[in-house]
Design a protein around this ligand. Sequence first.
Ligand SMILES: C[S@@+](CC[C@H](N)C(=O)[O-])C[C@H]1O[C@@H](n2cnc3c(N)ncnc32)[C@H](O)[C@@H]1O
Length: 328
Amino acid sequence: MSLLFSSYYDLDVYKQFFEAVEKRKDFFGKNIIDYGCGNGIITCYLAMMLPDRVLCGVDVSENAIRIANILKDKLKLKNVGFYNSDNIPDFKYDTLVSVRTFHENISTLWTNASYYSFEKQLKTNSSLYDQYIKQLSNLLNPTGNLIAFERGKQMHFVEISESCKRNGINPILQECEFHKCIEASEERDLFLLCASKSVETYSYDQLIGFIYEEYPYGYSGAYAEFILEKIKGLLIDAFISVDDKETICGIHALYNNAADYSKFILFQKNKLNCTTQIFDKLEDMDEAEELMKESRKNDQLSGFKLFDTNSDYQLQTLIEYLNKTDKQ
Ligand SMILES: C[S@@+](CC[C@H](N)C(=O)[O-])C[C@H]1O[C@@H](n2cnc3c(N)ncnc32)[C@H](O)[C@@H]1O
């Protein structure tokens, strides 16, 4: 039942993952561990695809391991073994495979994680990511590789990549990809992360550049502020809109980019939305200014009072002052 259900539910995920693997066969070393292997479909398929490698599938669920062993026997595979996670062979692997396991394993470490806002998760979760990724890193030999296909969008990718980097498994950005997969008739974002202990690491700007190429319209939601903090340079123009109780109803700010002055960053936040848009050419500056003008007009039409500023210090002081009055 589990295998049948999985083959329907996960079909597109498996298909996209194996297409990616097909192009990266050289990435896999001799001894491979599939961490969080579930019913073993991926492990067994890899064992067939890479007959000269040795596969080890590991899962916390005894039932999953039981089913994986049935599959292995049916397929008469000699180069694969399945183990419960508290019984992993004491060995350093060349390659660690992880498919859709990060979200689950990290939240097992902190069961409440998903109930917090992303901002809060970001601040408090980094150490959980590190705790989990350190565990994975310890399973790899000093030149080992990681190939992970995980649920999530760009911010999850940033968080995982940064944690891998902190723990000595450096993402190879040119091998990473963002995917859209159908899981049980729902479209989901997944990303392929390829990383290695034996390569040079990337810079933060390269990471932002890589994500920007995939998501050129910028960032929305709570991570818009996170990205802004990482890339903003000097403030060019900003205004805050407040209602008649002096409660902040909008923050709009145009910055240049700290690393590349020909890029501009437009940050806009109101009670419903938060976005960080990146304009990557000097010519696009007009478009960014036009958007600021439009927002000024809209906020005035909403009856808000506007406070203009072109200095980051003034902007921060003003926000703090208005936040304080709001609380009194
Ligand atoms: C969403 S399933 C993915 C299964 C498989 N990789 C796939 O993509 O078909 C996540 C798997 O991670 C396993 N898992 C959760 N926590 C784990 C842990 N701490 N150690 C090993 N496996 C774990 C679960 O039992 C489950 O089988």
